[in-house]
Ligand binder design. Sequence first.
Ligand code: MG
Length: 343
Amino acid sequence: MHLTIKPVDLTLTTPFRIARGVQDVSPNIIVELRHEQYPGLVGLGEASPTEYYGETPAGAAACLKLFADHLGDDPFALEETMSRLDHLVGLNPSAKAAVDMAFYDLIGKILGVPLYKLLGLNAQRTPQTSFTIGIDSPAQMAKKAQAARQYPILKIKVGTGHDVETLKAIRDVSSATIRVDANAGWTPKEAIKTINALVPYNIEFVEQPVPAHDLKGLKLVRDNVPVPIIADESSVTVEDIPRVADCVDGINIKLMKCGGISNALKMIHTARAHHLRIMIGCMIESSLAITAAAHLTPLVDYADLDGHILIDNDPYEGVQIKDGKLILPEEHGLGVRKRADGA
Ligand code: MG
C-alpha cells in the first residue's frame, strides 16, 4: 500500500466561536491511498486534528508518515491493519480516521459500490443535518439564524452568560428545530438553571452541558431538566459508552474523536445496546470527511454534519444537502471528487 500525505488549511467563512475558544482556520491533512494491483484507483482520507483531543497538525502528520510504512499489502485487511496502527501508537484518532476512511474509499472503488451499500445501509434513511451557529452577540446569532433559514435544524452554541437572551432573539426570527450545545461550558448548577430557562423556547436537546470528566454532573443535569442530554466531549471512544450510558440520553459520535468509520460502527452498535440515541457530528472538515460520516447516518437519529458548509475553500464535493436532508453520492467508495472550480 502506498500513502501520500498533504496538508490543507480550511478557512472558516466567519470565525467560529464555541464555549472554550475561537477558530478561523482548520489545518487538516488529506491522504491518498494506492495499491499497485489496482492502478488508477485512489482511496481518499482526511484528518482534522483537534488539540482538545490531544492532537496537533504536526503530530497527526508525523503519525501518518509512520503509518505509511505499516499498512501491509492487502486493502481488504482493514481490521488487522487498523489494529496494527493502534498498537504502533495510541490515541491520534484523526490520523487513524484518515487512514481508515481512505481504506473504505479504496475498498468501495475496487468493489464498485458506494460506501453505504458496502455497509448494508439504505441511502433513503439519512436524517436532516443541523446547521451550527457559533457564539456571538444575541443579535448577531439571530441574524445568522435568519440567514440560515434553508436549514430546518439549527445547533446553537451556548455557554456565554447571555444564553437565554440569545435563544429569545433566535426564536423571534426562526421556527427551526433548535438544538443547544454548551461544549462543557456550564457547571451542573448553571446548566440546570439555564436549560430550564431555555425550555420555553422549545429546544430538542442539549449537548454536553458540563465538563467532560463530570459524569455525576451530567447525570444530575439529566435528572433535573425536561429535555434529553447528549454527551459529546464525555463520549470519545467505544470504551466511554458503558460509563456514560446511565448519565445521558444519547451520544455524539465523530470520526475524528473515535478514529474512523470502523470505530464509529462499533460505537453505534454499542450505544444501541445501551439504549442510547445517537448523533453523528464533525469537526471543521471538508466534504471528504463529512461525506464519509454521512454514509453512516442511516444508522443514527441525528446528524450534525455541517463542517464543510462553515468553510469557504472546500477542495471536494460529495454529500449534498437538500432541505436539510443529507443526500448520499452514488459513486463508488465515499463518492467524493475534487471540486471542478478547484477551490
Ligand atoms: Mg458538541
